[in-house]
Write a protein that binds this ligand. Structure first.
Ligand SMILES: [Zn+2]
Length: 412
């Protein structure tokens, strides 16, 4: 890799700050809900900047915007990058906009360096990632990836009953292109971490390996209600004592599968919940998360055994139900390696990390080799007007993105 590949950090920062004026709030954040006039203004600015950089613009039927910089062989599938420019009602300047403007900055920098990639490169705005005005989140990248169909996407309505389809027409971004269905050689997304890990670990770049899988359970222990005074300890059927055993076990299972496992009992209803009655029935929930399906399955089996042991030890009946399973997302090995290589070449302290939040990349990974670059955000705080990232971290994350994209864009 040519060692002189560099983006222009000042220009990236200036673009971020200019974009943040659109929908700027008094506390320094951004309120730019999907498909509002402010969203149109932000899109128009991005499109103008991309045209000035020589890009061809295409808009699809979900209003996703694709700015394309030609490669040496334009019959080859492009390398894409992008994120979103809609925000939460009290959002920050960096969530989404950082990834979109990194795409633009990569293109501007390649122009400056007169660097021609083999494959074309595209910088993207995905419509309505936040899911704040129109639920669900990530709906337009979801349509692109075939998770949702087009009619479903266009039919999403806000609280006033206005649909995405109508609002796209109103702001002039109901495009002609079919959504998805074309080959993508690789997709990258740069994003602030939205959590505290990079900052705590004093690392500059997060090499995102994927997103964690989740298994949710509901458990009910049935024992016998009895008087807390006359009932001897040995004969009790105390459903809450059984639950206490499981809560300890769940926590231990989380710790045993460090560093990525999360295991939580978050809700508990004890019945009759009276101070001098032995609890006869307890309902509680278990939330297990891990990026590896095999580990998640092992954790689930361990939790089930703990429930059975607790039931046997306390003479309880147990009802153990799995109510939700969301499989882990594993990003593409080549794309992740390209991000890692970029960070290493630049001498940046980096950390393998799993995304705790949803991103357009999670859906894109279903149809294209995908990876993400995380940069730290102050205090791990996001979805908040005080969300902050440093100019240096923004520059360095974009430099890693540039290298990863160029590496993949030169691959046959
Ligand atoms: Zn985001």
């Amino acid at each position: 890799m040519a060692t002189n590949l560099k983006i222009n950090g000042e220009r990236l920062w200036d673009s971020l700050m200019e974009m943040a004026q659109i929908g700027a709030t008094a506390k320094g954040g951004v309120c730019r809900l999907a498909l509002t006039d402010l969203d149109r203004e932000a899109r128009d600015l991005f499109v103008k900047w991309c045209k000035d950089a020589g890009c061809t613009i295409r808009v699809d039927k979900m209003g996703n915007v694709f700015a394309r910089r030609a490669g040496k062989d334009n019959s080859l599938a492009p390398v894409m990058t992008g994120s979103h420019i809609d925000s939460q009602p009290t959002g920050g300047k960096f969530d989404g906009a950082y990834g979109v403007l990194c795409g633009l900055e990569v293109i501007r920098s390649l122009n400056d360096m007169k660097y021609e990639t083999l494959r074309p490169i595209e910088a993207i705005i995905w419509t309505n990632e936040e899911g704040s005005r129109f639920a669900p989140a990530m709906v337009a990248s979801g349509v692109f990836a075939g998770v949702f169909d087009l009619d479903y996407g266009l039919g999403r309505a806000d609280q006033d009953g206005k649909t995405m389809g109508d609002e796209l027409k109103r702001i002039g971004y109901a495009g002609e292109d079919d959504v998805g269905g074309r080959p993508v050689h690789a997709f990258f997304e740069a994003h602030i971490e939205q959590g505290p890990i990079l900052e705590v670990e004093k690392k500059k770049i997060g090499i995102v390996q994927g997103a964690q899988g989740q298994r949710w359970f509901e458990v009910t222990f049935i024992g016998q209600e009895a008087h807390a005074g006359p009932t001897p300890m040995r004969v009790r059927k105390d459903a809450l004592v059984g639950t206490a055993h499981v809560i300890g076990a769940v926590n231990k299972i989380g710790l045993e599968n460090a560093p990525f496992a999360c295991a939580t009992v978050g809700m508990i209803n004890s019945s009759p919940n009276s101070r001098n009655v032995i609890p006869g029935k307890v309902f509680f929930t278990i939330d297990l998360r891990h990026p590896e399906d095999a580990t998640l399955t092992k954790m689930a089996a361990a939790v089930k055994s703990a429930c059975e042991e607790a039931a046997a030890a306390n003479r309880l009946e147990v009802d153990f139900k799995e109510i939700w399973y969301s499989p882990p997302v594993k990003f593409d090995a080549n794309c992740v390696a390209a991000v890692k290589k970029g960070a290493e070449e630049l001498g940046f302290e980096n950390l393998d990390i799993i995304s705790g939040a949803g991103h357009d990349s999670v859906y894109m990974s279903r149809v294209a080799p995908t990876a993400m670059v995380f940069i730290p955000c102050e205090g791990g705080i996001s979805h908040n007007e005080i969300e902050n990232a440093t100019k240096d971290d923004c520059r360095d994350g974009c430099d890693v993105l540039l290298r990863a994209m160029v590496e993949r864009a030169n691959a046959a």
